[in-house]
Design a protein around this ligand. Structure first.
Ligand SMILES: [Zn+2]
Length: 303
């Protein structure tokens, strides 16, 4: 009898702590707290929530992380105080859930870890999910990456196996030239986003809205033909390689040179704003109100 009582009590306690943990996390990360709370506690996201929020609850943001963002990451620097808080929270969850593994070097510098994590946070900032749970390992190489199965060395590589490779040299190039529409971290993170959602079970992770993604896809198919005919004015030729390349290259341009993107391809710019739930031109608060209504009215917003 005592044991039954004990089991019952521990289950109750566990449940209570779990609910409080989630309440804390969702209250901080999303305005529409009650809706998300129920969806994630009693819906399909239970497993992901258990494995991510539970483990990450106790992590504190380190002062050097905050310093790094405050000095080196323009997207963060421009945010309002409140949005910075939210960004830090998401950044912290991301960095904690990844293993950064050095290849052919002794260690991965903190600045590289911070840059990758901040960029991943930036890209998913307008979305409900932001930890990219499929991807747990991030390999960092000093230079271009050989032996990947491609005939030429590459600068980044994302695999459905749950890992990403980056060349540190390419990361540095992307970081220092911030307005040329080329950034390996944005590129590979875009692949991660896509694989999270459409690589396997569409319902598994709510990163991209299916309806909004279809709208983007329609435009992308047309755009691809235009590029193949050599009539393109913004995106480089390699964007037309396939649709996932198109998505990755579009995101590089969307985040690195939003002004030109909006001027030259206004409809595609808007479609990406809706899909990613943010407009990078509004620097203080790039978020659109999509997250709030995400689960209630995706259809209405898509039209
Ligand atoms: Zn690619």
């Amino acid at each position: 009898m005592f044991f039954v009582y004990l089991i019952f009590c521990s289950l109750f306690l566990f449940g209570l702590v779990f609910i409080i943990t989630n309440a804390f996390i969702f209250n901080l990360s999303n305005d529409n707290f009650i809706h998300r709370f129920f969806k994630y506690n009693f819906g399909i996201g239970l497993y992901t929530q258990l494995t991510t929020s539970w483990l990450l609850f106790f992590r504190k943001i380190k002062p050097e992380e905050r310093d790094y963002l405050e000095r080196n990451f323009p997207y963060y620097i421009h945010l309002t105080k409140r949005k910075k808080k939210e960004f830090l929270f998401r950044f912290s969850k991301f960095i904690q859930s990844k293993d950064f593994i050095p290849v052919n070097m002794l260690y991965v510098p903190d600045s590289v870890k911070y840059y990758i994590s901040a960029t991943a946070t930036q890209i998913a900032f307008g979305l409900d999910s932001f930890v990219y749970p499929t991807f747990s390992r991030i390999y960092v190489h000093p230079k271009s990456i050989d032996n990947t199965g491609f005939i030429f060395p590459v600068e980044g590589l994302t695999s459905m196996g749950g890992y990403v490779h980056f060349s540190m040299e390419a990361i540095e190039r992307g970081r220092s030239i911030a307005d040329d529409g080329e950034n390996v971290v944005v590129h590979e993170t875009a692949h991660m986003l896509q694989m999270e959602d459409f690589g396997g079970d569409m319902e598994e992770n709510d990163f991209l809205d299916e309806q909004l993604f279809r709208i983007w896809l329609k435009m992308a198919i047309k755009k691809r033909e235009i590029i193949q005919h050599g009539l393109n004015e913004l995106l480089p030729e390699h964007a037309a390689y396939d649709l996932s390349e198109m998505f990755a290259v579009s995101l590089e341009n969307f985040f690195e040179r939003p002004e030109i993107f909006q001027q030259k391809l206004p409809k595609k710019y808007k479609a990406l704003c809706l899909l990613l739930g943010q407009n990078p031109l509004n620097k203080n608060n790039p978020l659109m109100d999509r997250r709030k209504f995400y689960y209630f009215a995706p259809r209405r917003r898509a039209t």
